[in-house]
Design a protein around this ligand. Structure first.
Ligand code: ADP
Length: 309
């Protein structure tokens, strides 16, 4: 890996409205790929260029997001702003037993237009990075022609030497049925050098009976480095042609598991970009995720970031 790698992370960030106990609302911003971008930027600091690749709208919230990302050290030269559109929005409701439900207003969000012809130069810049990271949600928000275009641009980038990392994050509300996601996920897996998969997402989309079955299926795509995250259970890792189970960090007081997988991915990739071995990278990912789930929300205050690298 080069001394100063560049990583472009393609996704959507939305406005988050969270209902409070007394009926009020708090406002934040969130999105799976953005969460990974923030944590990766914090971990890599000046040692890498971390690009978030997205479209924002002309609303004031979009501008505030951009300012926040820049303050996190994220490179925003592949962030476009689309006139006539706004950022997407979701509402988080917590019921009496602490169960959260998510409701989305994202059908017209700016980020959905990222594969449009107006943004070809922005995408070409992102695709020139050493690594491209995306998730199943990146695919889910696009229409079929947008997905086709993304796949062909990823294939060209890969031929030129760009590595692709994919987390098959699956949100049922964004697809008509899990089976609709499967062919698109499969095509990204075909192009991926690194799989950062969640056990439930893989089982839902592909019907895998066990984590080991998911791993074997991902190996069939030719992927040589595979991580299967299993919540509080050990991580299943395939690297250097061998399988291993890496224990996660026990957490007694889980506050909010939002972004557990996203932060794990950032810890894992940062460690690998710094030439740490895959097993150590999985441990580092688990350490960051263990801290993140002890705080509310997706992105923890910088002062709580553990020293990992
Ligand atoms: P995803 O969101 O991708 O499905 P997981 O829920 O599997 O991700 O969690 C990702 C990582 O976060 C796990 O591999 C583990 O390291 C950590 N993690 C998640 N839940 C717990 C938990 N209850 N206790 C300890 N670690 C956890």
């Amino acid at each position: 890996m080069s001394d100063h790698p560049s990583i472009a992370l393609i996704g959507e960030c939305m406005i988050e409205l969270r209902e409070l106990h007394h009926g009020g609302l708090s406002r934040g911003y969130g999105g799976d790929v953005l969460n990974t971008s923030v944590y990766l930027s914090r971990l890599m600091g000046a040692d890498a260029t971390i690009r978030f690749t997205t479209l924002l709208g002309e609303d004031p919230f979009s501008l505030e997001m951009l300012t926040t990302w820049e303050s996190e050290g994220i490179n925003c030269d592949t962030v476009g702003r689309l006139t006539g559109r706004n950022a997407g929005l979701y509402f988080v409701r917590t019921d009496k037993i602490g169960e959260r439900t998510f409701h989305y207003w994202r059908g017209q969000s700016a980020a959905r237009e990222i594969m449009g012809s107006d943004w070809a130069d922005l995408r070409a810049h992102a695709m020139g990075s050493d690594w491209i990271y995306l998730s199943g949600i990146t695919l889910a928000i696009l229409d079929d022609p947008g997905r086709e275009r993304l796949l062909s641009e990823l294939a060209v980038a890969r031929k030129r030497g760009t590595h692709i990392a994919f987390d098959g994050n699956f949100r049922p509300t964004l697809w008509t049925a899990p089976a609709d996601a499967a062919p698109w996920h499969s095509q990204v897996w075909d192009l991926s050098a690194l799989a950062l998969a969640g056990v439930e997402d893989e089982a839902t989309v592909f019907g895998d009976a066990t984590p080991e079955a998911s791993l074997d299926r991902l190996r069939d795509h030719g992927i040589t480095e595979i991580v299967i995250k299993r919540g509080p259970q050990s991580v299943l890792l395939h690297a250097d042609a061998a399988n291993q189970y890496i224990e996660v960090i026990p957490v007694g007081n889980v506050i909010d598991t939002t972004a557990a997988g996203d932060s794990f991915n950032a810890g894992y990739m940062a460690a690998r970009l710094k030439n740490r071995a895959p097993a150590e990278a999985a441990h580092i990912g688990a350490m960051l995720a263990a801290e993140v789930i002890q705080h509310p929300g997706a992105v923890i205050p910088p002062s709580y970031m553990p020293t990992l690298l």
